[in-house]
Design a protein around this ligand. Structure first.
Ligand SMILES: NC(=O)c1ccc[n+]([C@@H]2O[C@H](COP(=O)([O-])OP(=O)(O)OC[C@H]3O[C@@H](n4cnc5c(N)ncnc54)[C@H](OP(=O)(O)O)[C@@H]3O)[C@@H](O)[C@H]2O)c1
Length: 250
């Protein structure tokens, strides 16, 4: 079960955090993996070394999804290398904390472009090849915030809710073609984006108190479900949102 050999998986934002854990898990299951982030740096380099050590089949692509036509640039690089995607994980996102009355146009655009516009453009560009093959797996990375929005993250949480709506809209349209699309909604997961905030013991305690499991998850807590949703075994599940959050959404 959960064998991904013969499949090619693009995971956006896979240099670090949850995306990285998913990419390594897919490589471990035999998939050809496409690493993506904004530009080459220490994190992508370290991950590439790890993939080489594993003997994984991989390619790296670089595109900023928050500026210009980042999604188009990513697809251009895939096309140049003749890569057709079977498994698409729309994971990259930007999250800015700001009192809702103070959100600037720039902050609005950056979050909506990266978290919503680019994923939709990637779906438009990459789903037709899945339709031709009659097989595809799409995972949108949501958040517990699509259900319980953080007061200082109005645009981020609304963008995640919008992406969940895309999942519900596309699932019935794509199901007859053998393509599933689902949403994973993580709760608090310890990654670079929250490491500074969680280094304050008082804040960490507050966060843990809101989680029935009483601990903060790690990226590997998401990877197992991402493997299932990418596999042949999940063929009968589509249009769903699955909360992986230690019970925070309850
Ligand atoms: N961590 C949590 O507690 C949590 C909770 C709920 C949902 N999530 C969701 O889970 C996903 C992963 O979160 P994470 O915590 O693992 O994130 P992270 O550690 O902050 O990593 C973000 C990844 O996205 C890439 N990225 C950011 N902005 C980009 C842009 N403009 N263009 C291209 N790539 C970009 C980063 O690439 P670079 O290396 O180039 O910056 C990096 O690979 C996100 O969708 C997030 O909303 C996370």
């Amino acid at each position: 079960m959960f064998d991904l050999r013969g499949k090619t998986a693009l995971i956006t934002g896979s240099s670090r955090g949850i995306g990285r854990a998913i990419l390594l898990a897919y490589a471990g299951q035999g998939a050809r993996v496409i690493l993506h982030c904004r530009k080459p740096g220490p994190c992508s380099q370290q991950l590439i070394s790890e993939l080489v050590t594993m003997g994984a089949d991989f390619t790296a692509v670089y595109a900023d999804l928050g500026s210009g036509d980042g999604a188009g640039e990513l697809c251009r690089q895939l096309k140049e290398q003749n890569i057709s995607i079977d498994i698409l994980v729309l994971n990259a996102s930007v999250e800015l904390r700001r009192e809702w009355t103070e959100i600037s146009d720039r902050e609005y655009d950056l979050q909506m472009d990266t978290n919503f516009r680019a994923p939709v453009k990637l779906l438009q560009a990459l789903v037709p090849a899945m339709q031709e093959k009659g097989w595809g797996r799409i995972i949108c990375m949501g958040s517990v915030q699509q259900l319980k929005p953080h007061p200082a993250m109005l645009i981020y949480s609304a963008g995640k809710a919008a992406l969940e709506n895309v999942v519900r809209s596309l699932a019935p349209q794509l199901a007859p073609m053998g393509i599933t699309i689902n949403c994973i909604a993580p709760g608090a997961i310890r990654t670079d984006r929250n490491s500074q905030a969680l280094s304050d013991p008082d804040y960490e305690r507050q966060v843990k108190n809101l989680i029935p499991a009483r601990y903060i998850g790690c990226p590997q807590d998401i990877a197992g479900l991402a493997v299932y949703l990418a596999s042949r075994e999940s063929r009968y599940m589509t249009g769903q949102t699955l909360y992986v959050d230690g019970g925070k959404s309850l």
